[in-house]
Write a protein that binds this ligand. Structure first.
Ligand SMILES: [Zn+2]
Length: 104
């Protein structure tokens, strides 16, 4: 039986990390998305690489980098930006990469 392959692709792409503050799970997010929502003066700190977004709504951490050295808190993020598109609830399980027939 031939599936759409969505799940397999997703497993390779998706790397789970733990938030350095609340230790809840966080999902990977591309740096342009981070750059898009952090405050103006922090944009230059965002470097090309993988960032993670904390899934916990009560946590002050929004994004952190691979090593957990760079952490963006709620106060570092401009909530006027298109925030919901990039974090917390806006991520589709398939990452939007699979075909419509897959159903996510
Ligand atoms: Zn957290």
């Amino acid at each position: 039986m031939a599936g759409c392959g969505c799940k397999n692709k997703n497993n390779i792409k998706e790397i789970m990390k733990r938030c350095p503050l609340c230790h809840d799970k966080a999902h990977s997010i591309s740096y342009p998305a981070v750059k898009m929502v952090v405050k103006e003066e922090l944009k230059e700190l965002v470097v090309a690489g993988v960032y993670y977004a904390c899934d916990c709504k009560d946590c002050e951490v929004v994004f952190f980098d691979e090593d957990g050295e760079q952490i963006f808190l709620v106060i570092d993020v401009d909530f006027g930006a298109d925030f919901k598109e990039v974090t917390k609830e806006g991520i589709k399980s398939c990452g939007g990469t699979c075909s419509p027939v897959c159903g996510g």
